[in-house]
Design a protein around this ligand. Structure first.
Ligand code: GLN
Length: 464
């Protein structure tokens, strides 16, 4: 895996010294996608890469000039299908680019295709895709993680240099960890959600996936910044973010007590000991950690049931109603939505129903606020928090069919998502089966540049 050493910087250097090399690189990417997609199945839609036209070689290249970027299939790209890996949207072609895609194109980036995912981003393995599961490039019998498993597998298998995913409760970081790549969930509101098919609007964030920390942040710097088309967009630009030299790193007592794979646990301990040589390490508490998973599923499912209520009633996609509107909608939803999506819509409709909403949705919101405040308290004492990204490495297909087991995969990524914090996963080693293990840094809101410094330093100086 990760056989080539190409980065954005090296690709640009080779272009500047020999402009023809870009064409060769792009052809190689297209060839690898076609060859490897048969077994890995990372892409749902493949786009031939074309060399950007420049009359003469410019001195300063736009930041993503000629860089192939694979896009999770819940993000709108004009003239490409956008299914969210659902039969419900099988024929949908978005009318315009999402804001992040407009920015990537303006920065010279090339869209290499649309990647597989769990249907409507609900899942942790891509086994919920309505079309087919994606395979982990490190071992084809194992899942790549999810829901952005197609994007992380594409980068890990060198089918794309970078990718975009979306993270509601961990869907960038968990598959990044399973596939041995870097994945960033930005601060909530730093990246526009305009053109992202909504799952849970108060949690969803688009973020970058790449082989190196540097490349992931370069892509983030392009897509970040205020967008008037998204009401939750923060009024900041990337250049406004400040950087702090980190001195103190917190670890969480609650994480130490989780049931974790021994190999993940051992790597985590080793990383901590190593970090302790360079930083002050303090142990902190997030007492409401225990409520995070339940609060997340109540909030996410409630918002999903509301967001997805528009699906299946749109006569633009489907033939005119035969008998009644209701019957057609019931038939469409019954036949075109997968089990997990139906389960969440039903649970969400229940938790939002007038008799129960105070008991469930509002309580979940209180828990979310508590978690946020507890993180704020930790950040009064520390510059970043260090945890494993996941409690296990990738698991074999078909081994987490009980949804509660699957939900537990995200125990380390959900709390920071509820608090709207930036967090990223970086690879730190392989387990005995040769599968990657990732660790997570969590930061204060808008501390992306501090996280960049910290994780880049770890990437270059840590050796398992
Ligand atoms: N795996 C989690 C879920 O199924 C998170 C999904 C996501 O972040 N989109 O809800």
């Amino acid at each position: 895996m990760l056989s080539s050493k190409i980065t954005i910087h090296s690709l640009h250097q080779s272009y500047l010294s020999n402009p023809d090399s870009l064409f060769t690189h792009l052809q190689a990417y297209t060839r690898r996608i076609r060859e490897k997609n048969e077994s890995i199945r990372a892409f749902l839609y493949i786009q031939e890469l074309k060399q950007p036209y420049f009359p003469s070689v410019p001195k300063m290249l736009p930041p993503l000039f000629g860089i192939p970027i694979a896009i999770k299939d819940n993000i709108w790209v004009e003239n490409m299908p956008c299914t969210s890996a659902s039969k419900m949207l099988e024929t949908f072609i978005p009318p315009e680019d999402a804001t992040v895609i407009k920015r990537i194109k303006q920065a010279g980036g090339l869209i290499s295709g649309k990647t597989n995912m769990d249907e409507f981003a609900m899942g942790s393995s891509t086994e919920n895709s309505a079309f087919f599961p994606t395979r982990n490039p490190y071992h084809l019998d194992y899942v790549p993680g999810g829901s952005s498993g197609g994007s992380t597998a594409a980068v890990a298998a060198d089918m794309s240099l970078c990718a975009l995913g979306s993270d509601t409760g961990g869907s960038i970081r968990q598959p990044a960890s399973f596939c041995g790549v870097v994945g960033i969930r930005p601060t909530y509101g730093l990246v526009s959600r305009h053109g992202l098919i909504g799952f849970s609007s108060s949690l969803d964030q688009i973020g970058p996936i790449a082989r190196t920390v540097e490349d992931a942040f370069q892509l983030l710097s392009v897509i970040a910044g205020y967008d008037e088309s998204d009401d939750t967009s923060l009024p900041v630009q990337w250049k406004d973010l400040t950087e702090k030299k980190p001195t103190t790193i917190a670890v969480l007592d609650e994480i130490e007590h989780l049931e974790m794979d021994k190999e993940v646990f051992d790597l985590y301990q080793k990383c901590k000991q190593w970090l302790a040589k360079h930083f002050r390490i303090i142990t902190c508490h997030i007492p409401s950690f225990q409520y995070a998973l339940s609060a997340y599923h109540i909030i996410a499912d409630s918002e999903a049931s509301s967001n997805l209520s528009r699906m299946g009633g749109d006569s633009a996609f489907y033939p005119p109603f035969e008998e009644s509107y209701e019957k057609t909608v019931i038939e469409l939803r019954t036949s075109k939505l997968g089990e997990e999506v139906k389960r969440r819509i039903l649970l969400g409709a229940f938790t939002l129903s007038s008799r129960f909403k105070e008991g469930y949705y509002q309580h979940a919101f209180y828990a979310k606020e508590h978690i946020k405040r507890e993180f704020e308290f930790v950040f009064q004492q520390a510059d970043a928090i260090f945890t494993p990204t996941t409690i296990t490495a990738a698991f074999p297909f078909g081994t987490r069919m009980d949804p509660r087991k699957m939900y537990y995969s995200d125990i380390c990524t959900i709390p920071s998502a509820l608090a709207g914090l930036p967090a990223l996963s970086i690879p730190v080693g392989l387990n005995e089966n040769g599968l990657p293990v990732g660790m997570q840094f969590i930061g204060n809101p808008l501390s992306e540049k501090t996280l960049y410094r910290l994780s880049q330093w770890m990437e270059t100086s840590w050796h398992a």
